[in-house]
Design a protein around this ligand. Structure first.
Ligand code: FES
Length: 379
């Protein structure tokens, strides 16, 4: 999938007013606190500015404009094996809302599925958004639907942009992308080059033909000799995470987006590297860790489902009803949120506010329950 972003992702329902804002930088996709100076600045700015503009008695400011509800597929291109890129424009040609490297948009597909895709064009180009979608065989059906239904001239409902993978533009950065993980990373590379940072980009994949945007990367490499490396398993062998991280300058920040094995390997090797910070984005759900079996009782039907230790509540709900809504499967988008009417939830999303938790909300893609607990869901 896709997904990324320098603005904080949209707050959950009910949040977003000054009293709910944290003093610290917003957590990343996994609820970890981040140390980016830029995010600290944003958070500080929000805590000082929003109380002024939202205080009682003052007329409410119009909310910032978000993407138009419907965009036009102005161009569809095949950019690698099983990968299409879509260029999306406003039907009336209006300028689109600004975005920063790492940002993503949500596509609301005709079937009702909602899927997130990283913006991979040029943030300076307000006339269009560009996304790229790899068809995932046996996936949840979102990528197949994009491939099969969106053609040049189609219209598609869009939400966003939002950013959950912000690029803080540290002085030295190493960008690591695996396959379609190049989508959030490509605008970061351009931004790094434009800002005169000390940057390097490594794009890894199975074969050259499986890697999207090869031409653009080669052009970038020509303009910035020694900074762009494309390596493929068939000619260079499977990359070694420690060796990849060895390309980072001392004290550099590392941004990584790719398949789960690559991310896991980079995370495991990061501690022994000389890099100072690691930012990453998954485009598949993280494996369940530390899970215990529990049960779901569906209040309206009386059905009881068992959730094994190594699966999520969302997985089990989707087994029963494949139309169960989800998007990020990482706890941040909120699409899978359900109301729990009985039982104790082990919240793992890091995004719901205390008020929302007290109201019984649960993000079933990541959150669980203590061993043996039965959660009654309002389903
Ligand atoms: S699917 Fe996004 S929060 Fe669960």
């Amino acid at each position: 999938m896709s997904r990324h972003r320098t603005a904080e992702p949209a707050p959950p329902p009910g949040a977003g007013t000054a009293p709910d804002l944290p003093d610290a930088a917003p957590p990343d996709l996994y609820g970890r606190q981040r140390g980016d100076r830029y995010l600290r600045f944003l958070s500080r700015f929000s805590s000082l500015y929003l109380p002024v503009v939202t205080r009682p008695g003052r007329p409410r400011q119009a909310p910032p404009r978000t993407a138009p509800p419907e965009l036009l597929v102005a161009e569809r291109r095949t950019v690698a094996e099983d990968v299409v890129s879509l260029r999306l424009t406003a039907p009336d040609g209006a300028a689109l809302p600004r975005w920063q490297p790492g940002a993503h948009i949500d596509l609301l597909l005709p079937s009702g599925r909602r899927r997130q895709y990283s913006l991979c064009g040029d943030p300076a180009d307000r006339s269009a958004y560009r996304i790229a979608v790899r068809r995932i065989p046996g996936g949840g059906g979102g990528s197949a639907e994009v491939h099969e239904t969106l053609r040049t001239g189609s219209r598609i409902t869009v939400a966003g942009p939002r950013n959950a993978f912000p690029f803080a533009a540290e002085p030295a950065v190493l960008l690591i992308a695996g396959g379609i993980g190049i989508t959030p990373v490509l605008p970061m590379a351009r931004e790094a080059a434009r800002s005169g940072l000390d940057w390097r980009l490594v794009h890894c994949g199975r074969t050259r033909s499986s890697l999207p945007f090869g031409e653009e990367l080669r052009a970038l490499a020509d303009r910035h000799p020694g900074r762009v490396e494309i390596r493929t398993d068939d000619t260079d062998g499977v990359p070694d995470a420690a060796a990849l991280l060895g390309r980072a300058a001392a004290g550099a920040a590392v941004y990584c987006c790719g398949p789960a094995p690559m991310l896991d390997a980079v995370r495991a090797a990061f501690g022994a590297s000389g890099a100072a910070a690691l930012h990453f984005e998954r485009f598949t759900a993280a494996p369940v860790t530390g899970g215990r079996p529990f049960e779901l009782a569906l209040r309206r039907s009386g059905t009881v489902l068992s959730v094994p230790a190594d699966r999520t509540a969302l997985d089990v709900l989707r087994d029963r009803d494949p139309a169960t809504a989800y998007s990020c499967r990482q706890g941040f988008c909120g699409v899978c949120t359900v109301r729990v009417t009985a039982g104790t939830v082990e919240h793992r999303d890091g995004r719901l506010t205390e008020r929302e938790k007290a109201a019984g909300l649960m993000r079933v893609c990541v959150s669980r329950a203590p061993e043996g607990e039965r959660l009654e869901l309002d389903l």
